[in-house]
Write a protein that binds this ligand. Structure first.
Ligand code: GLY
Length: 404
């Protein structure tokens, strides 16, 4: 891969932007003292929950979900797309109270995860490696973390097809090239890799993937399809469909918020206004949707057939809160306050006993009531490791608006 120094210099200045933007209060975005206290309590409770969870894990296993109906704690191996959220959550919790037991457990988990740096059979390396080793490197930078992250970015890049202009999401038959909206979340790793290595190839892949996704995944109302199938030889769109949503033409809730978060990161990393506009349009679709409940936790699909009886998806709420707490920093005061207040409502709702598990229950997970893959009858009304990860991230982002 070729190196381009001028691009690198521009990008270095963007690193400073990221650091500034997450550590600064904004005069008109004021966190509520009561909610800050609730968050502190949530972090204390979460640390205790994660110690309960740690005791359930056999070596080489990663927490995946908890099914309350069957009282079943479900784990995965390191190759599952969710394997990095556990270490990431532990690291974010460690930063709160510097409890060494949480750091030690994160390190133990990452020891079993590191080998995935060479996995070229998944597009999920951003989730797996950046949420774990990325956080670890932020908490305590280490050459070995950096090397694992660079290797992961290289593995992810092998899935990029220049003819399509995308990273392939799912391997299937050779005539298919399947890309899912979730894949926007893996691009942050590539931006990091360019900043770290000076190799602009990663940056270019991320930008190309985002541009292709913006063109082909979105409907006129800025809702997103879940899956686009491309002709791998010509780049032509063959099909637009769903895998995890209620119908091909529906708006699967988590897909909408993956896009919201992904295009917000695109703006942070490039400062290209078209990504900010896209993120704002997506936010408009979500926040103005007649099926978004007043407590702001989406139904698992905005077009689920049995609304208002449909299940909610706490994971979609948590991801949305975290994304909005970044997006609100980049927009005008009016929109910024709308996004901030929506995220605040989500954090309050998720902190209530309806969503936050009582200590000692829920397999050690923090949140209840997420939906993983309803059409496959998998992880329905369950606890999910990524719901916890983004809830913790959202609470941390909320704290960063405090002047104290
Ligand atoms: N990336 C898979 C999901 O959101 O369920």
């Amino acid at each position: 891969m070729k190196k381009h120094l001028p691009v690198f210099v521009v990008i270095i200045s963007l690193i400073s932007f990221k650091q500034i933007c997450f550590s600064q209060p904004v005069s008109y975005l004021k966190p509520q003292v009561q909610l800050l206290n609730t968050i502190k309590q949530n972090f204390d409770d979460a640390g205790k929950q994660y110690k309960i969870m740690a005791a359930k894990l056999a070596p080489g296993e990663f927490p995946r979900s908890y099914n309350p109906a069957a009282d079943k704690f479900v784990t995965s191996k390191s190759a599952w797309w969710c394997s990095g959220f556990y270490a990431g959550t532990l690291l974010n919790l460690y930063e709160q109270g510097h409890d060494d037991a949480l750091l030690a457990e994160a390190n133990r988990s990452m020891d079993s995860l590191a080998k995935e740096e060479y996995n070229t059979h998944t597009h999920d390396l951003g989730f797996m490696m950046y949420c774990s080793f990325g956080n670890a490197n932020r908490v305590e930078p280490m050459p070995e973390y950096k090397q694992i992250l660079i290797n992961s970015a290289r593995s992810l890049s092998t899935r990029f097809n220049p003819k399509v202009g995308c990273i392939k999401s799912w391997d299937s038959k050779p005539s298919d090239f399947l890309v899912i909206i979730d894949n926007m979340m893996n691009l942050e790793l590539l931006f990091w890799a360019t900043k770290e290595s000076g190799d602009s190839s990663f940056y270019k892949i991320a930008v190309t993937h985002a541009n292709t996704t913006m063109k082909n995944h979105y409907r006129a109302d800025y809702s997103s399809y879940h899956v686009v199938n491309y002709n791998a030889q010509t780049g032509e769109v063959l099909q637009r469909k769903t895998a995890q949503g209620s119908a091909d033409e529906s708006a699967w809730a988590r897909g909408q918020v993956w896009g919201l978060y992904g295009f917000t990161v695109m703006y942070r990393e490039t400062k290209d206004k078209k990504y900010l506009d896209q993120a704002e349009h997506i936010a408009g679709f979500i926040l103005n949707h007649p099926n978004l409940p007043a407590d702001k936790i989406p139904y698992w699909d905005f077009n689920a057939p049995n609304i208002p009886g449909a299940l909610r998806d706490a994971s979609a709420g948590a991801i949305m809160a975290s994304a909005l707490l970044e997006l609100c920093r980049y927009v005008d005061k009016k929109d910024g306050m709308t996004y901030f207040n929506t995220a605040q409502t989500i954090i309050k709702t998720l902190s209530s006993p309806e969503y936050k598990a009582a200590p000692g229950t829920n397999g050690g997970f923090i949140l209840k009531h997420s939906v993983g893959h309803l059409p496959q009858k998998s992880e329905i009304d369950a606890a999910l490791t990524y719901a916890d990860y983004y809830f913790v991230e959202a609470m941390k982002r909320y704290q960063q608006f405090s002047t104290k």
